[in-house]
Design a protein around this ligand. Structure first.
Ligand code: HEM
Length: 474
């Protein structure tokens, strides 16, 4: 467990060999890490599922996020998800750096204004479909699932274009892809208790034998639609020349990358890359949006002020009911509410990094190459000097910087070179969705109480308890 040559962070005491801290970490993570922090300080190691993992508190979080030459999130991503065997046509699976580059160079990162109308329309139509008018009050029990379908419709429009996102099979793939892959996260890594890394080997067996591959169905759907769209665009571009109207979406951005060869198109690779961006975007944005809904439903006392703000902003809609892009900046109260909800996501630790080379932290403690360091984000989010007074209470007026702004006190989108490039799209989606929801519905919890998150080890999900939607009297 320990490298005798290195001055490693203290290993928290445990009683049962092999099991180590696994159970306390899995079933009582929040309290357990709090106790470890108190007893062992800002950096400590736990023995979980056959591996020693070091947790860093607020003092050293930034050191991990800013040293991408030492700490890498992608290596663990590649280990957890067997993309190397699930995908046959891409050889850079898990290379987050290259995914980040693709998004940073795309319209999603720097021309989001082009999507203003489409995002609003698709969100509105999908909300009508999955939540409805609510003339009679409606109780939704799995709000995360309803929001996932709504967000999927809108992000599909941005990723694969207006035409293909009309198809139900495309929306289903966007909405279900992450859930189908999640099986690799949800099965406890019991084989790692026998030998570290054995689980990674075992989970690849059914895929290698051709017995089960959760991506096949979705990639096939994407190939069909990508092929239809790419061929159509190439034909029309040739036919209409300069008068061809360039479609705006992520697919078109991909078609304009240097690596795209119109004479030798690899549709499977295009579809596979799209599926990776579905994985990065849909669950994260839907979870955040569902949390905002539940947080507001839990605290209806903030509804009126948000309603008044959105009503004022709504006056700027055009004759089709579409808000200008600039109005997003005016949603100040909503933005602060969203940032507070993101701060309250509930994850205790959720950004494990692989150590690429031996490293000495600025406090002198050392971790060897091949070690795992995770960020104890709770520590940052519950610290008064970083969050202001009452860091453990939900205070929607706490923030005066945009919800998308990354900083030492705000880790939801990571940090350093690899901070999330999709965060602007995510926040815009949530704001446009909430604008509509606040104007059209009264929202409250069925229990009449603040709904707590559903916890799964160190991560948290929105509650499944009932959320009541009721048409707002105008
Ligand atoms: C609320 C929604 C979202 C959350 C909470 C979120 C969170 C994160 C986090 C924590 C990281 C790791 C950052 C790091 O290593 O420091 C990340 C990376 C990434 N995210 Fe997001 N994300 C969200 C939405 C999106 C969306 C909509 C996209 C669109 C495609 C996206 C694409 C990516 C990509 C490509 C990376 C890898 C970047 C790199 O390694 O350079 N994310 N995200």
């Amino acid at each position: 467990l320990r490298d005798p040559k290195l001055n490693m962070p203290p290993l928290v005491r445990y009683k049962i060999p092999i099991i180590g801290h696994t159970f306390r970490y899995t079933f009582n993570c929040e309290k357990f890490l709090g106790q470890c922090r108190k007893e062992y300080g800002e950096m400590f190691s736990l023995y979980i599922w056959g591996r020693t993992i070091t947790f860093v508190g607020k003092e050293y979080t930034h050191e991990v996020l800013s040293r991408s030459d030492v700490f890498d999130f992608g290596v663990l991503f590649r280990k957890m998800i067997p993309g190397d065997v699930m995908y046959t046509s891409i050889d850079n699976f898990g290379d987050l750096r290259s995914y980040g580059k693709m998004i940073r160079g795309s319209s999603i990162s720097n021309k989001l204004n082009l999507y203003t109308e489409r995002i609003q329309k698709s969100l509105y139509l999908a909300t009508q479909k999955h939540i409805g008018d609510c003339n009679d009050q409606k109780v939704i029990y799995n709000i995360y699932s309803a929001i996932t379908k709504i967000i999927s419709a809108s992000i599909a429009n941005v990723f694969i274009g207006e035409e293909e996102s009309e198809y139900d099979d495309v929306i289903s793939t966007f909405a279900e892809f992450t859930k189908d892959i999640a099986v690799f996260f949800l099965i406890p890594p019991i084989f790692d208790l026998i030998f570290p890394g054995l689980q990674d080997f075992v989970k690849r067996i059914p895929i290698r034998l051709g017995l089960y591959n959760p991506v096949t169905r979705h990639v096939n759907t994407l190939i069909k639609h990508v092929k239809h769209q790419v061929d159509k665009r190439l034909r029309e571009k040739q036919k209409y020349g300069d008068s061809w109207k360039r479609p705006t979406d992520l697919l078109q951005d991909f078609m304009e990358q240097k690596s795209f060869d119109p004479n030798n198109i690899n549709y499977t690779a295009l579809a596979s890359n799209l599926s990776i961006f579905i994985f990065a975007s849909i669950h994260s944005t839907s979870r955040a949006c569902a949390n905002v809904v539940v947080d507001l439903a839990s605290r209806p006392e903030y509804m009126q002020e948000l309603y008044e703000e959105q009503l004022e902003i709504h006056k700027k809609t055009d004759e089709n009911g579409i808000l200008p892009f600039e109005s997003l900046k005016e949603m100040k109260n909503l933005d602060s509410f969203i940032r507070e909800s993101l701060r309250f996501t509930g994850d205790v630790a959720a950004l494990p990094h692989w150590v690429l080379k031996d490293h000495t932290f600025s406090n002198g403690l050392q971790v060897p190459k091949g070690h795992v360091v995770d960020i104890y984000s709770y520590d940052t989010y519950h610290d008064e000097s970083l969050q202001g007074p009452n860091p453990t209470s939900f205070e929607p007026h706490r923030h005066n910087v945009p919800a998308s702004k990354v900083g030492r006190n705000f880790l939801t989108f990571g940090g350093g070179k690899h901070m999330c490039p999709g965060r602007f799209l995510a926040i815009n989606e949530i704001k446009f969705f909430m604008h509509n929801a606040i104007l059209n519905y009264n929202i409250r919890t069925e229990s009449g109480k603040i709904e707590d998150k559903f916890r799964l080890g160190p991560v948290a999900l929105p509650s499944n308890n009932g959320i009541i939607f009721e048409k707002r009297a105008k």
